[in-house]
Design a protein around this ligand. Structure first.
Ligand SMILES: [Zn+2]
Length: 508
């Protein structure tokens, strides 16, 4: 019998908001997910939990599942780092993570393939495409021929230097994202077949001068649903191994930001080109469907008041669209809290805010005791200012991800104050503190899409509210790009920009 295939797996992933002033360090990865070797393998096995508090089984668990289904594949754990969305990585952080990944590959010995999980919209100080830097270092370590499969978030940003260093890509196919495991599993199966020589991977991609479109971009709503359905239909052809579309992360610092398509076929480059082209055109065709504009905090509170039956049957989820921690904002914007305190009397509201200083200040106040202080608006004074709060302490705890946190009673508002980024995305963010979402009229979330999935049982109405901050759509558009992009500029044809971005001559 021949020796088993040895396939390495690892990750460097964070979604970065280029407009956040709060830099991301190795410590931020350490509080979420920073593992290597046997420990990494253990959390990715069927019984493990890949990222505690976030997901039991993500892409790397999916890959390990694919490997375990085969008798002749040894999954070789490398190095894996994942952090909550935030500001750009410091240059030191990028260098350290890259070095640890490369050293883990070197230490692993001969490999037959490599599966990496990346976000695709990670930013770092001093680099215009840090993921391309990571991939270049990995490629230099393993040589030009080793098959490397990379799983990516739906909001990945494709650039030529990055794509050229990979063998194939596999993106999420759901928004809100809920297919991490499946994507890892499918990518793992393709990689294993390629490592065995059963398939010959051929790929093609396109990059569109389109940064915002597709309506809400939710996969099961009418604008995008037909595109995903078409992708599934095309993949029934055994020559077609994987189709990806990418919706771009509007707050990614790339001059070449844009939606993209990517196709993997088995030994048929012409088919890959044709499908990548057709998918790109389908994406271009929904460019005029812009996302709806969001109401102000005051208007949002009025709408919640009016939704009395929905409040009775469950709760109303209010997404603070300008301060989405899940898209890299700091989570310390005080504008919505201020409006809730002043205008939402009689509504039971749950809200999060980040303020390590206030947590320290209140830490020794006994539960039940009253206090008078201010909260939020400290990390980015350009954006907003601390707001005064008065109330009673309800509880405190040390949280592995959010750091020391306190929750306080401000009359009709129950406020959760965290030291780290308050990724309020799941009902358990409040439920674990005894704040039962069923009892709330209004629950503030700091997540763009995933909360819609997790809050499905409780949520009777979703309102995105605009309070002005780094995750506003216009904040992402208020900058320069290398070429005209839709919807900022009028663009007639996507093809010239695509060819330029892929490093091809302007005309065939
Ligand atoms: Zn995403």
């Amino acid at each position: 019998m021949s020796r088993p295939l040895r396939i390495g797996f690892g990750r460097i992933a964070q979604e970065t908001n280029a407009f956040s002033v709060v830099a991301t360090t190795v410590a931020d990865f350490g509080t979420t997910h920073l593992l290597e070797g046997a420990e990494l393998l253990e959390v990715c096995e069927a019984k493990g939990t890949e990222v505690p508090g976030f997901t039991k089984a993500a892409e790397l668990s999916g890959f390990v599942t694919a490997a375990r289904e085969q008798r002749d594949v040894e999954p070789v754990p490398l190095f894996s780092a994942w952090a909550i969305p935030g500001g750009p990585l410091t240059a030191d952080c990028l260098a350290e993570l890259t070095e640890r990944l490369v050293l883990s590959i070197r230490a692993a010995g001969p490999l037959d393939g490599l599966l990496l999980s990346m976000h695709g919209a990670m930013g770092a100080e001093g680099s215009d495409d840090p993921e391309a830097d990571v991939m270049a270092a990995v490629r230099a370590e393993v040589g030009p021929d080793l098959p490397i499969g990379v799983t990516l978030d739906l909001h990945a940003q494709l650039g030529a230097r990055f794509v050229d260093a990979t063998t194939f890509l596999a993106g999420y196919r759901t928004n809100p994202h809920r297919d991490h495991h499946k994507v890892g599993l499918r990518a793992g199966c393709i990689l294993i077949r390629a490592a065995r020589g059963e398939v010959e991977l051929t790929t093609a991609w396109r990059s569109l001068p389109l940064v915002l479109g597709g309506g809400t971009t939710i996969d099961f709503l009418p604008t995008m649903r037909p595109i995903y359905r078409w992708m599934r239909r095309v993949e029934k052809d055994p020559r077609v191994l994987y189709l990806s579309l990418f919706n771009a992360h509007l707050w990614c610092d790339s001059d070449h930001l844009g939606w993209a398509s990517h196709v993997v076929t088995d030994g048929d480059p012409a088919l890959a080109e044709r499908l990548a082209d057709e998918l790109a055109q389908r994406l271009w065709d929904v460019r005029h469907r812009q996302p709806p504009s969001f109401p102000t905090a005051s208007e949002t509170i009025r709408q919640v008041r009016g939704a009395w039956l929905r409040r009775k049957l469950g709760t109303v989820c209010v997404c603070d669209a300008s301060d989405i921690v899940g898209a890299g904002a700091a989570g310390e914007n005080t504008r919505l809290l201020k409006a809730l305190l002043e205008e939402a009397q009689g509504l039971r509201c749950y809200a999060p805010i980040r303020d390590a200083e206030t947590v320290r200040h209140l830490w020794d106040v006994e539960v039940g005791q009253r206090f008078d202080t201010s909260v939020g608006g400290r990390l980015d004074p350009q954006l907003n200012a601390p707001t005064p709060i008065r109330g009673r302490v309800l509880g405190r705890r040390e949280h592995t991800t959010f750091g020391p946190m306190m929750w306080v009673d401000l009359d009709h508002v129950s406020l959760v104050i965290t030291s780290g980024p308050p990724l309020a995305m799941r009902p358990s963010f409040y439920g674990e503190l005894g704040l039962n979402p069923w009892r709330a009229d209004l629950v503030v979330v700091k997540s763009m899409f995933p909360f819609r999935w997790y809050f499905l049982p409780h949520n009777r109405k979703t309102i995105y509210t605009r309070t002005e901050g780094v995750t506003d759509f216009d904040h992402g558009l208020r900058r320069s790009f290398a070429a005209p992009v839709h919807p900022k500029d009028p663009v007639q044809d996507w093809r010239p920009t695509d060819r330029l971005r892929r490093g091809l001559p302007r005309h065939r």
